[in-house]
Design a protein around this ligand. Sequence first.
Ligand SMILES: *Cc1c(COP(=O)(O)O)cnc(C)c1O
Length: 356
Amino acid sequence: MKKHNFYAGPSILPQYTVDKVAEAVKDFAGTGLSIMEVSHRSKEFVSVMEEAQSLFKELLSVPEGYHVLFLGGGASTQFAMVPMNLMNKKSAYLNTGSWASKAIKEAKFFGEVIEVASSKDSNFNYIPENYTIPEDADYFHITTNNTIYGTEIKKDIDSPVTLVADMSSDIFSRPLDVAKYGIIYGGAQKNLAPAGVTFVIVKESILGKVDRPIPTMLDYRTHIEKESMFNTPPVLPVYAALQTLKWLRDKGGLEAMQKINEEKANMLYAEIDRNKLFVPTVDKDSDRSIMNVCFVMSDEYKDLETDFLSFASSRGMIGIKGHRSVGGFRASLYNALPPESVKALIQTMKDFEANN
Ligand SMILES: *Cc1c(COP(=O)(O)O)cnc(C)c1O
């Protein structure tokens, strides 16, 4: 039976990426060696790193003055690296979920943190509006896509101070105006590559302004200077990221990707809104994530939750159980998830409704 992979992360990758990595695990670039066995200083891998950085920049139209880094440590390490490198006294955060809260916790090690707004009062089911960003903050941090709660900031917002964004789960889902940001970072394991590599897009001119000493590995300038080769980079995940970037380019780039992503998400939200068994957890259309769609059983049908999960799994649906902090279901619709999988899920929901 065909499997439909709705996991939130690590998650589905293009078949192209999986195939190319499988080949390179056996024989990388005609070297006769596995990608797992080659030096990161070999000319073959150096050219993978260079191509990955340049294609990353091309797809996102990254302007002059920015660098693309491939680091270890996950997005969670960036929660600390951002304030360590940018905060002298004060920073501002928008609290839209668990990941944002974790970023806030780390920032507090380095100075005063202003939480400009939070949607915690209603289990993070909306994106706060009408907040004020303090002009004396060193930066303002947002989480563009809240993987757990299914909300998303789908526009590049204006900020009077340096804007920093965790885009772990929506990078490459739409075109971006990178010039509006000082730093964009994320773990690659949602929409780009296997776990193990963290991308950081950083504007060089915002660095070097804090007074504290910064340990070498945690200083962005180290990795800019050595082009992500200061220490051993995650070789295989970077190779995989390059394959996904090529796949994205062949698909027509990010405008084409955004169109497909919106169609997939709209289809599924329409079914959730229509089907009497289910209700969405995010009401407001403009706040609904196109990457992670969260829904629960409607009140009258609450006791059918486990039945639906086993029915869906009998139809090949994998990874649709919701995160424990929301419950119900979550379907992650990352770039590589084909529209056919969304259609199959919708059919499953319709058939379950008909049976009940
Ligand atoms: C998954 C995720 C993280 C955590 O990433 P790690 O690479 O596991 O540290 C952080 N932020 C968001 C928005 C995520 O989806």
